[in-house]
Design a protein around this ligand. Structure first.
Ligand SMILES: Cc1cc2nc3c(=O)[nH]c(=O)nc-3n(C[C@H](O)[C@H](O)[C@H](O)COP(=O)(O)O)c2cc1C
Length: 208
């Protein structure tokens, strides 16, 4: 048995694939959705700024609104929920997270203040803010897919949607940038097989 098959985490990673056909009658219990979203929020992020917001689209009417925005990809209707992963363009406002550490005595107030100054300096550059929003929220997105798979569900990450229309129809504030949609549900048909480039083509050891 390979290491991947023996290890639960590696097995879940290896078994996750993009499922596009879902059982439309299958529900995703609230407890499972919460566990999946909790896993998402446990992703690492630069400066622990947690550059994400998760818009959960689960009502039948909202799914119908989403369908044309997602270029009529039927999986947004047939899956149990679609999670729109949004990146936070103003994640520097999340430095309030450090206050807990200061209150608990883990972080000196002066260090917190210096950090906040550094972060606000970096975020004065909109490109930095945008790159960080996409980079960090993508890590949360992967956690959604792996947590769902670990609980027996399937997912499909989707970049095929109109971001401006999503923003308009779902009243997404300017602060957030749509990064990807993720359908979560119960597979009706397995994913189409997908290959991977061999490690010999994607790994460089030491230096190019
Ligand atoms: C950022 C991103 C955007 C994607 N967009 C779509 C999409 O719009 N529609 C779709 O059916 N699949 C989409 N996919 C799924 C990919 O096609 C799929 O992950 C890839 O072919 C590898 O297959 P696997 O995930 O089954 O291993 C997307 C995946 C990612 C990561």
């Amino acid at each position: 048995m390979s290491i991947t098959q023996q290890n639960e985490t590696l097995r879940v990673i290896s078994e996750r694939h993009a499922v596009k056909k879902y059982d439309s009658s299958a529900a995703l219990p609230a407890e499972h959705l919460e566990a999946i979203l909790t896993a998402a929020s446990q992703a690492p992020s630069a400066w622990n700024l947690q550059h994400w917001k998760f818009l959960v689209i689960e009502d039948a009417a909202d799914k119908q609104t989403l369908l044309p925005i997602a270029y009529n990809q039927q999986q947004v209707v047939d899956s149990s929920v679609t999670i729109a992963v949004l990146g936070d363009l103003e994640a520097n406002r999340n430095t309030v997270i450090y206050d807990q550490a200061v209150d608990a005595g883990f972080l000196a107030a002066e260090i917190r203040d210096a950090l906040v100054g550094q972060i606000n300096g970096a975020y004065a550059n909109p490109q930095v803010a945008r790159d960080a929003a996409i980079l960090n929220s993508s890590l949360a997105a992967q956690n959604i897919m792996l947590a769902a798979k670990a609980l027996g569900y399937d997912t499909c990450a989707m970049g095929g949607f109109s971001a401006p229309q999503l923003v308009e129809k779902f009243n997404i504030p300017e602060r957030y940038i749509p990064v990807m949609l993720i359908t979560v549900g119960t597979a009706k048909e397995p994913a189409r097989p997908s290959g991977r480039l061999p490690l010999s083509e994607v790994v460089v050891k030491g230096s190019f």
